[in-house]
Design a protein around this ligand. Structure first.
Ligand code: SDX
Length: 398
């Protein structure tokens, strides 16, 4: 497999021209393409690991800053390191005026995920060191992108739809201020802010998922970090990946009540349509991230009838999907419900996934360029052969 050294065979002209190829299943199903020290996704869904810690343990206890430090540097920070890192992240939570002016050109109907890629490429244009891959510059750039990406989504949204520039409040920590700005300045309660922060930690990294692998492919050409993260956002936008949390809440609102669940699922399955927020390439039994989010929904359900209804619908959906398809739910079913209860516009749900996952993407970028081999698989061509060029007048004769 790529990443493993195959013993060097005696090389002849033939073997140089036609090495031994390994065919892998479409979509790289069950294929290991490289090693990483950042995270491991356990198919049994019991011990998914981020730098040695269980993802649900971090989701329950770590702040965004602590978890981001861990994902980037490989260990949880001591007090002075955490203070220094938080201060640096906080100090980068602003946008250059030229970038804000460019965000003002965004059409009001644009999909919000475009704001992230567009804004990142603008930041790259204004970074004279964008091509400098020295390790200190890489970490500085990662912190800059982690801090500024939320503002690109937030101001892309509020400027293009309401003509409002939302300014950061740097007296708040990252997650609380991001939630406040997403809601147009409406200050979250501590419980709302902690639930939101917990979801960002749970989204932070997750093995070689499609958007992370996209990051690594772009990093492997030694392209810059802005381009790599812009590409990752493009991958995450798809409804089979990050786009699922918005689709999941739209589904819950469409179903309306637990009583309608079975009929809804059966109708969808009859039409061979996917149930959003269910299924996973690796988790075939359970997505451990849902355990932490379930606790948040249960806490909100103590005071919110809507949260209780969402929980009842989720329970019914999980029961029905396991009975009919043996398919578990995934994180996006739960974040869709949580973000709705946090009064976040549903177009923001996938951008929020990016706001969490950008930490993992930048860490994977740094890991790839630090021990790199360009990622270039071989194709199996099964198109026509042996054709020769014919001038226009000889082609397409009736
Ligand atoms: C994320 O990779 C990651 O780690 C991703 C992620 C992360 O943190 O980065 O965990 C985040 O992307 C979670 C997944 C969010 N997407 C959705 O909820 C969209 C719905 N899910 C599916 O599209 C699907 O389950 C995928 C894309 C997630 C996984 O697809 P696979 O592994 O390629 O599996 P498949 O599509 O080949 O499905 C296998 C079978 C098929 O049935 P058959 O054709 O063999 O009869 O299971 C069925 C599928 O039809 N199936 C579903 C289903 N998911 C799979 N049937 C109904 N509803 C579903 N959701």
């Amino acid at each position: 497999m790529c990443g493993q050294k195959t013993e060097a065979k005696k090389e002849t002209k033939e073997t140089k021209a036609e090495p031994q190829y390994i065919r892998i299943p479409k979509g790289c199903v069950n294929v290991i393409v490289d090693t990483t020290k950042i995270s491991y996704v356990d198919p049994k869904g019991q011990i998914t690991i981020i730098r040695g810690y269980r993802i649900d343990d971090l989701g329950k206890h770590a702040s965004f800053e602590e978890a981001a430090y861990l994902v980037l540097f490989g260990r949880l920070p001591c007090e002075d390191e955490l203070k220094e890192f938080s201060k640096k992240l906080n100090s980068e939570r602003w946008l250059p005026v030229k970038v804000i002016d460019a965000l003002k050109q965004i059409p009001p109907f644009a999909h919000p995920m475009f704001y992230g890629s567009y804004g990142l490429l603008l930041l790259g244009m204004y970074d004279p060191d964008e091509g400098d891959l020295s390790i200190d510059k890489l970490y500085d750039r990662a912190i800059r992108i982690i801090a500024k990406l939320p503002l690109l989504f937030i101001n892309g949204w509020h400027l293009s739809r309401y003509g409002r520039l939302i300014e950061p409040d740097r007296s708040l920590n990252h997650a609380k201020d991001v939630l406040r700005m997403i809601r147009g300045g409406n200050m979250p309660t501590d419980t709302e802010a902690r639930a939101f922060e917990s979801s960002l930690v749970l989204y932070m990294d997750h093995g070689f998922n499609a958007s992370t692998f996209t990051t690594r492919v772009i990093a492997s050409t030694l392209s810059d970090m802005y381009s790599a993260i812009a590409g990752a956002i493009g991958a995450l936008k798809g409804p089979l990946h990050g786009g699922a949390n918005q689709k999941a809440i739209e589904m819950l609102l469409e179903i309306g009540s637990p009583e309608n669940v079975r009929w809804y699922v059966e109708e969808k399955l009859k039409r061979h349509e996917k149930i959003m927020g269910f299924g996973h390439r690796v988790y075939k039994l359970h997505d451990p991230r849902t355990d932490v989010l379930r606790e948040w929904l249960e806490k909100l359900a103590e005071t919110s009838g809507e949260a209780k209804k969402f929980l009842d619908m989720i329970n019914e959906l999980e029961k029905t999907m396991w009975e009919l398809k043996r398919i578990p739910s995934n994180i996006d079913l739960y974040t869709g419900a949580l973000y709705y209860l946090l009064k976040i516009p549903k177009e923001f749900y996938t951008p929020i996934f990016a706001i969490g996952r950008v930490v993992g993407w930048t860490a994977h970028y740094i890991e790839q360029v630090s021990n790199n081999k360009i990622i270039r698989p071989k194709e199996d061509y099964d198109g026509p052969r042996g054709l020769t060029y014919k001038p226009l007048e000889e082609r397409c004769k009736r």
